[in-house]
Structures are given as C-alpha cells and as structure tokens.
Design a protein. Structure first.
Ligand code: FHN
Length: 472
C-alpha cells in the first residue's frame, strides 16, 4: 500500500501528492524549506546515559579524543553491563532544558536538534514500547521538558534519532560489516534475531515522538551504511511517510540511506557529494568539516563538535576557539549552508563551561552581525583573500553584499573584485557608519580605516542597484 504524502502549502489548502518519488513541486519544497534555509544556525545536543559516564569506564579514561557517546562500543560492553554502570550516573536536574534553550537563543541559534535516542538505544522520552527509556528509568519525559523549553524560547525543535540500536535484542547487527555494535563479531547472545521486530519497534518509537509532542520541525536520522541502509534496513520510505503524514512540513536529513543518490560517496564523514534526490531526504550532512566549495544546488548542513566528542567527556579539552567557531559559521553561510554546532551536556544536563562561553561569544557577534548570516545566500566570489561574503536579494532588483573581513587591510583600503561597483554604498554593520568607495575597472576600494571593529570578523554591507558582477 503506497502511503500518500500530504504536502502542506499553507493552511487550509492541503495538496495530496503521490509519495512515489516525492511528487512535491519545487515551489512547495521551497516553501517548506524556507525557514530552515533562512535559519542558517542550529544547536545540536548529544545527551544520554553516556553523558554520566563522561568518557570514564571502571575508573579509567577511555580516551581524550573522539566520540564518548560511543563509550559502550569502545569498551565493548553488553547492554546490561552498560546500563548497570550508566543509569545511576544519569541524573538530570530540574530546569536543565530551560538552560539549553536560553543558551541556544542567546547564541543566535534558530533551531535545536536533540538526541531522542542515540546508538545505545536509551530513549529520552516516556516510551510505552520500551523499558529502556527516561519514563521507565527516571519517571520523567525528558523530551517533553526539552520541547517545552525550546518552544518557550521561540525556537524550532528537531529530534536526532539513531536507527542503529545497541540495546534492542532483535537488532541484527551481523547484517552489516560497516555499522558498529559492541557485540560485533560475536554470536547473538540469545540465539537468532528477527530484525523486522526491531524495525517495528523503531517505527513505534518514532511514531511516539511525532505524535505526542506537538509540531516537530526536523527529523535528524543517524545513520546507515552502504551494506545496510534504506528500505531493507529500516523500512526507510515507510518511516519517512509515517513522519510526514503527521508533520507534512517537517525537514529530514539524508541518513536513512547511504547511496550516491542521497549524497553519499562512501562511509567517511567527509564522503559526501552535492547530489540529493528529494525522496531520500531534504539536506546533506557533511560532518566535522566544511566542504571547500560548499554544496551548490543542494541543501546542506555541517554538524560539528566544539571539542572532539559529541557526548560529554571529562577528558576532552581540545576546545575550538571562539574565532574558529564564528569563522566556521561565516564560512558555511558564505557557501550557502547551515551550521549545526554541538553541545554535550553533563549527566545533570548542565552544559560544560567552555561550551557556554563559546555560545555566548557567538551570540555577541550575531547580535551585531546576524543580518549578514540569517536568510543570506552564498556569496558571488569564488575566493576572497581577506574573508568571506554572503548576499541577499532586495526589492526592486537591488542587492546587498555582506563582506566578512577576517584580515583587516593594514593600509585601511579593502579591495573587492566587483566589476559593477560604481555607485555602490558601503557601511560598517557595527556602527552604521558610511564608508567612502572608489570604483575602478574591475574592482572597488573601500576606505575602511586601519582599526578593525571586531578582531574575529568585521562586516561591511554593500548596497548595489542590481545583482553583483564579479570581475574575472
Ligand atoms: O555515530 C554518530 C556519532 O556518535 C554522532 O551522533 C554523529 C553526529 O552527526 N553521527 C554519527 C557519526 O556520523
């Protein structure tokens, strides 16, 4: 039975579109994706039982680099042993979710994506189909607390949901050589498994998440392998149809699949290409890196940690500088992508002090310069020696360029390879101060003075009477 796919194109008009190949029109898709494209910046949150272990097992550090949300796999613990050690340490404090939501808002994030379930299989919502969940173990619905807090700050909410599951006793981990599992290579502890039963459970839990918490804006699936993916592994198309039936405007990533048509060229986190058939998802997910030339023609989002782990580790102090994080955000926006920046809260839900400081620094920069990131498109220049450029189309055919200057010119003159710069108006975003512009053949020179307003990135807005023409 092919489920039809209802596409909301503005209430109360609903269009039924055949889900075969996702017959959503380009206009409908652009309308659905608009908020996400304009958002540009989201906060990722990896939080679960692993957060209480904090990268430590049997009193010793498991390591000081790499994902400690994988600790169960790194120590090859079965789910019973893992649960016995981790559950007593996982102690969410009252109000943790409001702290996250306020931090995301202060940072200038427009959406929050939280791990409803990571690979360890522990669900943060009150699940009626599992006893390995916050409701059963803590008597709390942590997803409810998070959704309410995020919405109270006027932000969009997304669920990261792992299809990989190291807890469920029907998950057939032997069917993939590429997907991780703590028991990999060992026989199933209790004899033969029936993966279809796990997939039923997966669908049932996702159904709980898209039925009980109001509007859900993003479903961030994670992750598939070339040797086990899609409809075979997860009944992926049925899962996407189930979600869209409840939330026609939802935005979903591409990670139920691992094929070239879904933007994957291999198993590496950088093995991605600018190719996405919408039936496999709405955006491509480069991880821990920024594609050198962006991903022209497709929607994409770089997800990144602030140190080297997604889940909290008390041993990982390799924090990226505020300069790196802010320039990453600018670099990604200048290439037309979104930045999903991760925090890994501790067992009680408090964010590491370094993460709070970084998010506050980003927020201070966004307070002054957010206009140059939100609702912008990739800049027109292939490369600028001194920084990056984003752009917006204005009314009446006019356009605006935002010049993000990392390296302030020592002679106080900023040269821009703009061929149609005659009459362009320049102003400093920080102060609104107009700046003198000289237009010569193939470039403009802006008298910016010798003092950069911001040590990390100073923005100059350029207003043109038409589209920019780049000098060759
Ligand atoms: O294995 C996960 C990892 O723990 C983390 O959740 C990242 C975030 O994108 N996704 C997978 C690795 O690609």
């Amino acid at each position: 039975m092919v489920m039809t796919r209802r596409v909301a194109i503005g209430l109360p008009v609903l269009l039924l579109a055949d889900s075969l190949g996702g017959a959503e029109t380009a206009d409908q898709r652009n309308a659905r994706m608009r908020w996400w494209r304009e958002a540009r910046f989201g906060m990722f949150v990896h939080w679960g039982l692993y957060s209480g272990l904090a990268g430590t097992w049997e009193g010793k550090p498991v390591g000081d680099r790499g994902g400690m949300e994988w600790i169960q796999d790194r120590v090859k613990a079965d789910t019973e042993t893992y649960a016995k050690r981790a559950i007593p340490l996982f102690q969410p404090k009252p109000g943790f979710a409001r702290e996250w939501a306020r931090l995301a808002k202060e940072a200038g994030c427009r959406y929050v994506v939280v791990t409803s379930k990571h690979h360890d299989g522990f669900a943060l919502h009150d699940s009626k189909v599992s006893d390995f969940d916050a409701g059963s173990v803590l008597g709390r619905d942590l997803i409810r607390e998070i959704v309410d807090a995020v919405r109270a700050e006027g932000l969009r909410i997304g669920f990261y949901h792992s299809v990989i599951d190291w807890h469920h006793d029907q998950y057939e981990y032997a069917r993939s050589k590429q997907l991780p599992h703590p028991l990999k290579g060992r026989p199933y502890p209790n004899g033969a498994r029936d993966h279809a039963k796990y997939v039923e459970y997966l669908h049932a839990q996702v159904n709980e998440l898209v039925s009980g918490y109001g509007p859900v804006d993003i479903l961030w699936w994670d992750y598939s392998a070339q040797d086990f993916q899609g409809q075979e592994a997860w009944r992926a198309f049925d899962l996407m149809d189930r979600v869209r039936a409840k939330h026609p405007a939802i935005v979903m990533n591409n990670r139920l699949f691992r094929i070239p048509e879904a933007g994957f060229t291999g198993m590496g986190t950088d093995a991605v290409s600018a190719r996405l058939d919408p039936k496999y998802g709405d955006f491509i997910t480069p991880e821990q890196h920024i594609p050198a030339t962006g991903m022209p023609g497709v929607d994409w989002e770089t997800c990144m940690t602030m140190n080297t782990t997604w889940g909290y580790s008390e041993h990982d102090h390799a924090w990226k500088s505020d300069e790196t994080l802010i320039r990453n955000l600018i670099d990604i926006a200048s290439k037309g992508g979104n930045y999903l920046l991760n925090i890994g809260p501790k067992s009680d839900g408090s964010a590491p002090a370094e993460s709070v400081k970084a998010m506050q620094a980003i927020g201070a920069w966004m307070k002054v310069n957010g206009e140059a990131v939100y609702a912008t498109a990739a800049g027109p220049f292939e490369k600028l020696d001194w920084g990056r450029c984003t752009q917006k189309q204005l009314r009446n055919g006019k356009s605006r360029l935002y010049l993000h200057v990392f390296d302030w010119p020592k002679d106080g003159r900023l040269v821009v390879p703009l061929a149609n710069g005659a009459g362009v108006r320049a102003r400093l975003m920080a102060s609104g101060k107009s700046l003198p512009v000289q237009a010569t053949a193939g470039q403009i020179s802006i008298a910016v003075g010798v003092q950069a307003p911001d040590r990390i990135a100073s923005v100059i807005a350029l207003d043109l009477d038409g589209p920019p023409s780049v000098a060759r």
